[in-house]
Design a protein around this ligand. Structure first.
Ligand SMILES: Cc1cc2nc3c(=O)[nH]c(=O)nc-3n(C[C@H](O)[C@H](O)[C@H](O)COP(=O)(O)O)c2cc1C
Length: 188
């Protein structure tokens, strides 16, 4: 009886692990990680649309110290951080980053490029040999220098064409995301 229960447990675990792995694998068989930073939620919406479209695991880059909640205060704070080339401390770790083949990196355009916590993230993890795909949301400035800055931080990664979505369209971006992931071949 004990042995039978053990076998049943192993079978259930096997099925569960198979299922979760399948979810992280994405639709083209690659294991996908979707890394993003988002202050007011737009980039998070796009990250979720990407997950809805190709599967994969979401990882939100969070700072140990919160950014100001007030827009103007945040603008000034971020401007100063960029001027000082700060590397804000980030919390949490990606579980076994080496197991992912394809990594989306998402950011809100902050003063023309990626927010400083993404510099911290990209200097912490080695993405060489992986396929990196940038995406951003913005208030009119498009991707800014962000795609180039990500490229500089991942010199040995393969890059696919990124996408810039206006912040006001972020919550309704699924159609654009679907077309984009098909165009770049991440979704068949
Ligand atoms: C600190 C800060 C700086 C910003 N700088 C720019 C900028 O240089 N160019 C631009 O187009 N939008 C800029 N924006 C607008 C954001 O990129 C846009 O609202 C984005 O969708 C916000 O994404 P989130 O909700 O994921 O934080 C800035 C917003 C903030 C808070």
């Amino acid at each position: 009886m004990g042995k039978l229960l053990n076998l049943q447990f192993i079978l259930v675990m096997f099925l569960f692990l198979g299922y979760s792995n399948c979810f992280a694998q994405g639709s083209a068989g690659k294991k996908i990680l979707i890394v993003y930073f988002s202050w007011s939620g737009n980039t998070k919406e796009v990250a979720k649309a990407i997950q809805q479209s190709v599967g994969g695991t979401l990882f939100e880059v969070k700072t140990l110290k919160d950014y100001p909640k007030d827009y103007n205060a945040c603008i000034e704070y971020a401007k100063q951080e960029q001027k000082e080339n700060t590397r804000p401390k980030i919390s949490g770790d990606v579980n076994d980053i080496s197991s992912y083949d394809t990594i989306f990196i998402g950011y809100p355009n902050w003063w023309g490029t990626i927010p400083m916590p993404l510099f911290t993230f990209l200097e912490k993890y080695n993405l060489s040999g992986k396929t990196v795909i940038p995406f951003c949301t913005h208030g009119g400035g498009g991707a800014g220098r962000g795609f180039d800055d990500i490229r500089k931080l991942c010199p040995s990664s393969k890059f696919l064409e990124g996408i810039a979505i206006s912040g006001s369209r972020a919550a309704n971006s699924l159609k654009d995301i679907e077309a984009w992931v098909k165009k770049i071949g991440v979704k068949k």
